[in-house]
Structure formats: C-alpha cells, structure tokens
Design a protein around this ligand. Structure first.
Ligand SMILES: [Ca+2]
Ligand SMILES: [Ca+2]
Length: 143
C-alpha cells in the first residue's frame, strides 16, 4: 500500500511539473509580445524631440520626465539644466539641434564633458558612464 501511494504522488509531481512548463512557455510568449510593444513605445517617445532641439529624459529609452528640451540659438550657446528638475537625472538623450552638444557634469559648463554629435540618439547614458551626470550644456560646431 505504502509504495502505491508513493508512486501516485510521483505521478502527480510529474504532471505538476509539466503544467508548470506550459505556464512558463505561455509567460515567455507574453513577455515577447510586450517587448515588441515597448520598442514601438520607444520610437513614439523618441519622436517627441523636434527638429532643432536637444532633448534629455529622466529614464532610459526616452522615458520618464523630459527634463531637457533646448533649441540652441547657435554655436557657443549655453544651457543650464535645472538644478531641481534635471541635474544628475538625465539618462537618455536625442540631439536634433543641428549642432554638436557638449554636456558637462557640473553647472556653468564646468567639469568633465561628453560631446553628443548632431543627429545622435543615446538610449542609455550608462553605456558612456554618463548616467545621471549631466548638469549643463553648450552648443559646439562639432564633437
Ligand atoms: Ca535617470
Ligand atoms: Ca545645472
């Protein structure tokens, strides 16, 4: 009797495991679907940086708050990223300004720099060791 119960338990365990497998596959299918939706979403957000502007967002993938939206008047123009809403928060950038944009990791165009060429999109500044660092910027003729 004892061994029969054991084998019944075993069968139950095996069938439970295969059910879990089915659930896992279904979940994988779902996450693949949402990853696709996310890509479209990123493209939509990326499209919100108008020609002539350089834009900076709080999160990667042009998400979260858009702390920077600047239309530089020309080469040499300076921009001060807001100390409360922007400094040390920008994670993604699109430069549609028509100029190179030099970012500084301190206020008043001081400190270390990262130059982002015209037409460049950076999905995640972490890739350049520049996540949450930008505090000010300047338009330059080229990077
Ligand atoms: Ca950030
Ligand atoms: Ca600043």
């Amino acid at each position: 009797m004892g061994s029969e119960n054991k084998s019944t338990m075993k069968r139950r365990l095996v069938s439970g495991a295969s059910m879990a497998g089915v659930a896992f596959v279904a979940m994988m299918g779902l996450s693949a679907g949402s990853a696709q939706a996310e890509t479209t979403d990123v493209e939509v957000k990326a499209g919100t940086c108008a020609s002539g502007y350089v834009c900076g967002w709080e999160d990667d993938g042009y998400g979260g708050d858009k702390w920077m939206s600047w239309n530089p008047s020309g080469v040499g123009a300076n921009y001060e990223i807001d100390g409360w809403d922007g400094d040390n928060e920008i994670t993604s950038i699109i430069n549609n300004s028509g100029h190179g944009i030099k970012f500084y990791d301190q206020d008043g165009q001081a400190g270390n720099t990262l130059c982002v060429g015209n037409g460049v999109r950076i999905n995640n500044l972490q890739d350049y060791a520049w996540n949450d660092r930008a505090e000010s910027a300047k338009a330059v003729s080229r990077c």
